[in-house]
Design a protein. Structure first.
Length: 729
């Protein structure tokens, strides 16, 4: 016995659609009216009320084998349950040989069929020893295995996808990666990866997946459902080869769109240097055309994959039309549009990395790259062709340690100092300043990059870039001082993790700033800043103040009093900045394995011009002081008397600080237990990690007064100063 189902979900006039489905059953059949035997629902796993499914499509679930076999599987991975501790942005983690500590981490991410970069890395040192001990201190496989799953599949190439999206959108998972509980993955024999990616990406597979889930819109594409979907293996080598070629080409095109994204493993050059044009505006137009051409080819590839997979599954014309066109909805654009929907734990900050074709955004991207060149992060020779870009990798190759656009040595690791024949000087110690005329001036360094890249057109391109990013002032110095750091944070943020690798330390008025590149920081960085930069700068400005006061005499004019007051305020800000740096210098001991936020937390008073970022650093510092992050190296450095005893109670902390063998031992049953007699005493360990200078500096930093909320970003004063300096050249 059949049941009648009426559907008006997509209709603009739902009342009319229902009326027509009742009055004219033949015309509405298959669109707004469906007559189905409810017993047929059992043919589909989970028995969804898929009344719209044709008899032929239902038969696929009973006639074809399922995806899951001994050779094919889909699984969940690990849930760190503490991402702040165990997960980093790849660009901000300490640079180590592959496989030593940080591994690429597939965590769902944004909608990106065929290709998506893996921006995160996870601490999987010693097969996740620290994480497993944190999940289960006894390490008897009963605790950690509940949240750390499928470890036998880690490091295998496979296919992963976002949990929620308008359609199933798998992309290649590179080898030597780890996947998360939300970054679901499928694994097949290596010779099946490409054509499996193509079938997964097809309209028919998406349709079957959603049918099994029983709903559309934003379904959750979970592995338990995928395992039971009908699977059709291409019969001939020609069919497999054709799907292989299509998936490989789609991956290459999607990756090509990512080569202008600074924080991507694929980054080569900013968009405006990947195309030609006499002006930046013309280059932006050329990039826009380039993007449109790629997107058009991707649409054609998707259509070809859909057609081939319809043929593969034996889908007839009527069903093809129902799958591709829906049920005659008038709002098909809304029904079919591709929407970015990220897994829980991700955020819309990733939208900053979209293939933007706006000239202003592309100009900001160009300037940001030039800043990176000034610090020695990116290789300027790629922009002129003096160095050729490396060849395109294969989709399932392990991700590189550095992106192709970075300045590296023959070993593939970043260069710490320029080679003798490198054409652009850069800051080998990672320190630049916002100070016109100073040898380390950031704006001047960026200008030198423009001169090398654009040669005789450097002046014109500099002015054009300034007009694009700073239309009110046309001043790149002002933009770098007041806007660039916010832009940088957005570019280097993923999944709610802010991890800027360039730090701007400044005064509330923004009249002077120091820029630091995190991968060059050492224990002596702040002593160097204090002695070589702030000390001389303060002495110079004090002399200027004295000269202004003496020249004005006992009866200064109103104008002179104003200038003297501004200079006195500037000197006072510099003095406060110097004092804060002096407090930090003795205790400074950066370790990027702690994460950028913790490493930078002691500096929270030095970022008053960025209120949101300052609040985040301050709250992190307060939590750190309260003992919340005692796994960090900074906590051990500053509070060994608190952290060392905890290592005797928490095995994961002992592992983090290299004290596992001191406090813990493994029993014959494979379980871990605290040693009754540690191999070294707590007091001895605390003493050797305690420094009188660090204690004094910590006391001074803790007792320092909290700055007032005044100051702000000082854009008006910045414009005045940069104008006085000749437009920030």
């Amino acid at each position: 016995m059949k049941t009648v189902f009426l559907r008006a979900l997509e209709a603009d006039d739902k009342a009319a659609a229902l009326r027509d489905a009742i009055r004219d059953p033949a015309a509405a059949q298959g669109r707004h009216r469906f007559e189905v035997d409810p017993a047929s629902f059992r043919a589909v796993p989970r028995s969804p009320l898929a009344y719209w499914l044709s008899y032929r499509l239902r038969r696929l679930f009973t006639e074809l084998p399922v995806f899951e076999t001994e050779e094919r599987t889909a699984k969940q991975g690990l849930a760190t349950a503490n991402d702040f501790r165990f997960v980093r942005g790849w660009w901000a983690a300490s640079v180590r040989p592959r496989g030593e500590r940080w591994f690429p981490f597939a965590k769902g991410g944004k909608f990106s069929p065929f290709y998506s970069d893996l921006p995160l890395v996870v601490n999987w040192a010693q097969s996740g020893r620290e994480m497993k001990a944190w999940a289960d201190p006894l390490y008897d496989n009963s605790g950690w295995s509940r949240i750390i799953k499928s470890t036998e599949l880690y490091f295998r190439p496979g296919l992963t996808w976002p949990l929620r999206a308008t359609r199933f959108a798998p992309h290649a998972l590179p080898a030597e990666s780890v996947f998360s509980v939300r970054g679901y993955c499928a694994f097949v024999p290596s010779n099946e990866l490409y054509w499996t990616l193509a079938i997964f990406s097809s309209a028919i597979f998406d349709y079957l997946f959603k049918t099994t889930l029983g709903r559309y819109g934003f379904p959750e594409f979970i592995v338990g459902v995928l395992q039971g979907l009908p699977w059709q293996v291409p019969d001939t080598e020609q069919e497999r080869s054709s799907l292989h070629v299509l998936a490989r080409r789609a991956w290459a095109l999607k990756r090509l769109l990512d080569t202008h994204t600074e924080a991507s493993h694929a980054f080569a050059l900013p968009a405006l240097l990947q195309v030609s044009g006499d002006t930046l505006a013309l280059r932006a137009g050329a990039w826009s055309e380039h993007v449109r051409a790629i997107e058009s080819e991707l649409v054609a590839i998707q259509a070809e994959i859909d057609t081939r997979c319809f043929d593969l599954y034996g889908i007839e014309t009527a069903d093809r039309r129902a799958i591709t066109e829906g049920f005659g909805a008038s709002n098909t654009e809304d029904a079919e549009r591709e929407v970015v929907e990220e897994s829980p734990g991700d955020s819309d900050e990733d939208a900053a990395e979209a293939s933007d074709t706006d000239a202003t955004a592309l100009a900001a991207e160009l300037i940001s790259w030039a800043v990176g060149v000034a610090f020695g992060r990116f290789d300027v020779q790629l922009a002129t062709g003096a160095r050729a870009l490396p060849g395109e990798p294969e989709p399932f190759d392990p991700l590189p340690i550095c992106s192709p656009g970075m300045l590296t040595g023959d070993d593939g690791f970043p260069l710490s100092a320029p080679l003798t024949d490198y054409p652009v000087r850069f800051s080998a110690d990672g320190i630049l300043v916002d100070d016109p005329g100073h040898p380390r001036d950031l704006t001047a360094a960026v200008r030198r990059v423009f001169e090398f890249v654009f040669d005789r057109d450097a002046d014109a391109r500099w002015l054009e870039a300034a007009a694009l990013v700073d239309p009110a002032r046309h001043d790149l110095r002002a933009w770098l001082a007041s806007e660039y750091f916010e832009f940088h944070i957005k570019r280097y943020s993923k999944s709610r993790r802010k991890a800027p690798i360039l730090w701007q330390l400044a005064m509330p008025s923004s009249r002077y700033a120091i820029w630091l590149y995190v991968h060059r920081l050492t224990r002596d960085t702040f002593f160097q800043v204090q002695q070589d930069l702030l000390g001389p700068k303060l002495a110079l400005e004090e002399r200027k103040l004295l000269s202004l006061t003496q020249d004005a005499g006992p009866n200064p004019s109103a104008g002179q009093r104003k200038v003297i007051a501004e200079q006195a305020a500037f000197v006072e800000e510099l003095r406060a900045m110097r004092d804060e740096v002096a407090r930090v210098a003795p205790l400074w001991n950066p370790d990027l394995d702690d994460g950028v936020v913790i490493a930078m937390a002691p500096l929270w008073r030095l970022v008053p011009q960025h209120r949101v970022w300052q609040r985040e650093l301050q709250s992190t510092w307060e939590a750190l002081s309260a003992g919340k992050y005692d796994w960090s190296h900074l906590a051990m450095h500053l509070w060994p008397e608190r952290v060392v005893p905890k290592c005797a109670e928490d095995r994961s902390l002992a592992i983090a600080h290299g004290l596992e063998d001191v406090f813990w031992e493994e029993g014959a049953d494979g379980k871990w237990k605290a040693r009754l007699a540690p191999t070294r005493s707590v007091d001895a360990l605390v003493r050797e990690r305690t420094s009188a200078a660090v204690r004094a500096a910590l006391k001074s930093l803790t007792e320092a007064p909290v700055p007032s909320a005044g100051g702000g970003r000082g854009r008006g004063r910045r414009a005045t100063r940069s104008g006085r300096a000749g437009g920030g050249q």
